[in-house]
Design a protein around this ligand. Structure first.
Ligand code: SF4
Length: 332
């Protein structure tokens, strides 16, 4: 059962949002008409194969994509009821790294190899005028302990290249928390980490979410991984959200053929002898998105209409919806 009560306030409300990326091949519709919400204290997983648009979506949420390449086409991104798309640069900068923080896949790329850890970890605290340098250092020590770093004083005076990937990702998480964010966006935060450390980092994120009352948007290609930690899940395919709902609705009773195929491509602990499904083909490029259903070329249930007409979002319950012609007539 979902741990969230229905009366929690909506923190992030993405509505009918579309974005094009300008490339040498023209303007490509990388995000098409997506909608999702994150409530206070909620853990939402955004899943799908590489190339589905998850990372572009996460960067677009706070306008982190280069402004000359990202064209916001339609819809809104309401954070605490204010539309981020309409905010000026100064307001966005106040929000980003303050109320909304990021943890990225590759910790080496988010840390400067030429600067000591302590100077990097306190930077956002000082930039956002949250206190003195000593207060920033005290908070950095506190957070490093919280994320399980030992010999904190020594680590603060070290450079990133003296540490392992797992330790640097813990430091990236501490760095993301130093401004007391209310929304943490974690983009495949464990993918570049040794598999033996991944479970520890996931466990740590779950603990921190509770301790700091965080809302989390967790981006992953691994639907099996997120099924153990998220409250709700949105499945993304080729620039669209094809299914969303509570973990119970989507994992126990998936309705979209892509979600079903993704789940069947991972071994289940309930049925270890089950044959794993391979999804034929690859995710289409935005330059080649089909006219009808984006999953049509890979779907084993496709019908003539799927090639010709875009499916609508079918509401299956208050919290569960999916984008598929097969579900027409099954609306709640
Ligand atoms: Fe498959 Fe058609 Fe549903 Fe697309 S709309 S997922 S092609 S059945």
């Amino acid at each position: 059962m979902s741990k969230l009560s229905e009366d929690r306030k909506i923190l992030l409300d993405v509505k009918d949002f579309s974005l094009d990326l300008v490339t040498e091949n023209g303007s490509l519709p990388v995000i098409q008409d997506i909608s999702f919400q994150i409530k206070e204290g909620e853990f939402l997983a955004l899943v799908g194969e590489s190339g589905c648009g998850k990372s572009v979506c996460s960067l677009a949420l706070t306008k982190l994509l280069p402004s000359n390449l990202a064209k916001y086409k339609s819809g809104s991104i309401l954070f605490q009821e204010e539309d981020i798309i309409k905010m000026d640069n100064m307001s966005i900068q106040k929000l980003r790294g303050n109320q909304i923080s990021y943890v990225f896949q590759e910790p080496f790329s988010s840390l400067n190899p030429l600067k000591k850890i302590k100077d990097q970890i306190i930077e956002a605290f000082l930039v956002h005028g949250m206190g003195s340098k000593q207060e920033a250092l005290d908070k950095a020590e506190y957070l490093l302990e919280k994320v399980g770093i030992t010999d904190v004083k020594q680590r603060l005076n070290s450079y990133p290249n003296h540490m392992s990937g797992g330790m640097l990702q813990r430091i990236s998480i501490a760095m993301a928390l130093i401004t007391d964010p209310i929304l943490l966006i974690a983009d495949e935060p464990t993918s570049a980490i040794d598999v033996t450390i991944q479970a520890q980092l996931i466990h740590l994120l779950m603990e921190l979410k509770e301790q700091f009352s965080l809302s989390v948007l967790f981006i992953s290609h691994d639907i099996a991984l997120v099924s153990h930690m998220a409250d709700r899940i949105a499945v993304m395919y080729a620039g669209e959200i094809v299914e969303s709902g509570t973990i119970e609705e989507v994992i126990d009773s998936p309705k979209h053929p892509y979600t079903q195929a993704l789940l069947n491509s991972y071994p289940s602990t309930d049925n270890l002898s089950q044959e794993l499904e391979v999804i034929p083909g690859i995710v289409p490029s935005p330059i080649d998105y089909p006219i009808g259903c984006h999953f049509e070329q890979r779907c084993k249930y496709k019908m003539d209409i799927c090639r010709l007409k875009k499916p609508n979002h079918i509401k299956l319950s208050e919290s569960h919806s999916a984008l598929c012609h097969l579900l027409e007539g099954k609306e709640k």
